[in-house]
Design a protein around this ligand. Structure first.
Ligand code: UTP
Length: 223
C-alpha cells in the first residue's frame, strides 16, 4: 500500500526530546518493508512559539504561517535523522519533489508547503497527488467526538463519519496561524473529492498507526 501519515507536532515534539521520534522510527522502518511511506510532520508547540514571536512583530498571517512551515521542516529533518538509511535524506518542499524523492524507494518525510493550511492538509493533498491508498492522521485526540470530550463526560467517539458530515461540523471554526482544529476544511474537502481511505487516531500511541494500516478498529474512519 502507498500510505501517507501525518504526525502532529503536538505529538512528536511534545516533550522536546528524542523519544517519540525513536518510537515512530521503529514502527515506520517495519511498515516500510511492505508499504511505500510518505510522512508529514507538524510544527507543534515550537511552531506556535515562533508564530507568536512573528505575530508580535506585526507581520501578516501568511508570513506567520511561513515561519510555522520552517519549523515543520526542521521537525521533518529530525525524523529523517531518526530513520537513517530508510529515509530520503532531503525534505521535499513541494508535492512534485515528494513524488520524485519517493522514486528512490525510501521513506519521504516532509513538513509544510505553503501558507494558509495545516500539515494535515499537506497530508491529504499529498495522498491525492501520489495516488495514495490510505491517509492516517495521528493527532493528540482519540478521533472525532460527537461533542467536546473536555467539557462533556458523555461525549462519544465517532467510529465512522462521512466527509460531508465532517465539513458541516467544522464550518464555523475560526482559522488563524497555529490554531487549526484537528482537521481543517481543505483536508476534509480533499478526502471528499478523492477515493482514498482516511483514519484519525491518537498519535500518542504509535502502535495506533499499525492498527490503522491493518484495518483494525481505531479512532475515526472517514468514509
Ligand atoms: P501544523 O498545522 O502542522 O501544526 O503546522 P499545528 O496546527 O500546530 O498542529 P500540530 O500541533 O502539529 O498537530 C504549524 C503551523 O505552520 C503553518 C500554520 O501556521 C500551522 O498552524 N503551516 C504549516 C502552513 O501555513 N502551511 C503548511 O503547509 C503547514
Amino acid at each position: 500500500m502507498r500510505i501517507v501519515v501525518a504526525i502532529g507536532g503536538s505529538i512528536i515534539i511534545k516533550n522536546k526530546d528524542h523519544k517519540k521520534f525513536q518510537e515512530y522510527g521503529e514502527i515506520l522502518k517495519e511498515l516500510s518493508k511492505k508499504n511505500e511511506l510518505f510522512i508529514v510532520i507538524g510544527g507543534g508547540v515550537l511552531a506556535r512559539e515562533y508564530i507568536k514571536i512573528a505575530r508580535g512583530l506585526g507581520v501578516n498571517e501568511a508570513q506567520c504561517d511561513d515561519i510555522g512551515i520552517d519549523v515543520t521542516r526542521l521537525n521533518a529533518r529530525l525524523l529523517i535523522l531518526t530513520l537513517g538509511e530508510y529515509a530520503y535524506p532531503e525534505v521535499p518542499h513541494t508535492f512534485q519533489e515528494a513524488l520524485k524523492f519517493a522514486s528512490s524507494g525510501k521513506i519521504v518525510v516532509m513538513g509544510g508547503t505553503e501558507p494558509a493550511h495545516s500539515t494535515d492538509a499537506v497530508g491529504t493533498i499529498l495522498t491525492e497527488f501520489v495516488n495514495g491508498d490510505l491517509f492516517v492522521d495521528l493527532t493528540s485526540v482519540d478521533g472525532m467526538y460527537d461533542k467536546d470530550p473536555n467539557k462533556f463526560n458523555d461525549a462519544k467517539l465517532i467510529e465512522e463519519i462521512s466527509a460531508d458530515e465532517m465539513l458541516n461540523f467544522i464550518k464555523d471554526k475560526d482559522i488563524k496561524a497555529g490554531t487549526y482544529e484537528f482537521m481543517d476544511m481543505t483536508s476534509i474537502q480533499m478526502i471528499k473529492r478523492s477515493s482514498f481511505q482516511a483514519v484519525i487516531a491518537n498519535g500518542y500511541y504509535p502502535k495506533n498507526l499499525i492498527k490503522a494500516v491493518e484495518g483494525e478498529k481505531v479512532g475515526t474512519r472517514i468514509i
